[in-house]
Write a protein that binds this ligand. Structure first.
Ligand code: PMP
Length: 361
């Protein structure tokens, strides 16, 4: 068996230790003679798995007691709609900060339910930077302010959190949750699809302050109500049991590695190595994002000559470096280097890039 270095943006690489443990437990979870996937969610065993995952996530992110942790389905995309449905609470407006395709998509869904104020957009600069506080045109009548703190496609990451006063701040952290230390109490709601830094696809994590829930728009399906999920421990209906179990294993792995502080140090080391290579290439490779706002998780880059893209992709794949093709909307390459990516994987990529530039200079 040989595993590649997988730079996929999501579903993405998982820690090898976690995959091995899941494989070991696949036929016989803890002596029960069945896999976790085959077990009812209404068993004390699964109850232990889901509450264990919640407790580990609470410990990793220091989540205050007045926040609910919900394990949902429907992806981050469903949250684009569930957020206005739950957080408008009688108001009719919301502020959106647009720094890339994902925040743009969130606007599209919110506009179905309320008047959206675009408090900031970097569209005029091809989404290559994050706003400073004085660039935000916030509306104090807004029910909440929505940001995407790491734009997966353009690779733009917020290095500081907008100040929104009494208006709750809502953040899509899908592609960088658990990769840097955060102060949860600064947010009203944090959400993330699991398939990047948390586990397999099929699970979406929502962390929400408990005073914000319980007043959804009328006429919505029961499952759109955060309070219903909170009151039922995320098990009103059958939860994505295998994805929750895998997320739990990833959280245990992170704790054993030294927690979020250790993940952040590694992310800094990986991203500095890769951006260093791009910036030292004399324009052979380019990343267009403002340096202060460059993502530690998603590193898009172009080659000086795009006719070499296909050769780069073929040769990198042959070298055991998988899934470097950039998103179709921006082209070029993208290396997603989430928590499970070892520094050796980025070193292998950087070595390959240097060698490629020499050979195809
Ligand atoms: N937000 C961000 C920042 C993302 O990267 C993605 C997926 N790549 C989404 C939302 C949508 O997630 P999902 O496919 O889980 O709905």
């Amino acid at each position: 068996m040989s595993r590649v270095y997988n730079f996929s943006a999501g579903p993405a690489a998982l820690p090898e230790d976690v995959l091995r443990r899941a494989a070991e437990e696949m036929l016989d979870w803890h002596g029960r003679g069945m896999s976790i996937m085959e077990m009812s969610h209404r068993t004390p065993d699964f109850e232990g798995v889901i509450r264990g995952a919640e407790n580990d996530l609470r410990a990793l992110l220091n989540i205050p007691a007045n926040y609910k942790v919900l394990f949902l389905q429907g992806g981050a995309t469903l949250q684009f709609g569930m957020i206005p449905v739950n957080l408008l609470r009688g108001k009719t407006r919301a502020d959106y900060v647009v720094t890339g395709s994902w925040s743009e998509k969130a606007v599209g869904e919110a506009a179905r339910f309320c008047a959206v104020n675009i408090a900031f957009s970097s569209a005029d600069a091809n989404f290559t930077y994050a706003p400073s506080q004085d660039q935000l045109k916030l509306d104090d009548r807004a029910a909440y302010v929505h940001v995407c703190t790491n734009e997966t496609i353009m690779g733009v990451e917020f290095s500081s959190i907008p100040e929104t006063g009494n208006v709750p701040l809502v953040a899509d952290m899908s592609s960088h949750i658990l990769s840097r230390e955060i102060d949860v109490s600064r947010y009203g709601l944090i959400y993330a699809g699991a398939q990047k830094n948390i586990g397999p696809v099929g699970l979406t994590v929502v962390i929400v302050r408990d005073d914000l829930i319980g007043q959804p728009l009328p006429g919505m399906p029961t499952l759109f109500d955060y309070k219903v999920h909170a009151d039922n421990g995320s098990m009103l209906n059958t939860p994505p049991t295998f994805a929750v179990y895998m997320a739990g294993l990833v959280f245990e792995w992170m704790k054993a590695q030294g927690g979020v502080a250790a993940m952040e140090q590694r992310a800094i080391a990986r991203s500095q190595l890769l951006y260093g290579c791009i910036d030292a290439s004399g324009g052979y490779y380019r990343n267009p994002v403002r340096i202060a706002d460059r993502s530690r998780m998603n590193v898009p880059f172009t080659l000086h000559d795009d006719t070499l893209d296909a050769v780069f992709l073929k040769e990198s794949k042959d070298a055991g470096l998988s899934s470097l093709k950039g998103h179709k909307t921006v082209g070029g390459m993208r290396a997603s280097i989430y928590n499970p990516m070892p520094l050796a994987g980025v070193q292998a990529l950087v070595d390959f890039m240097g060698d490629f530039a020499k050979r195809h200079g």
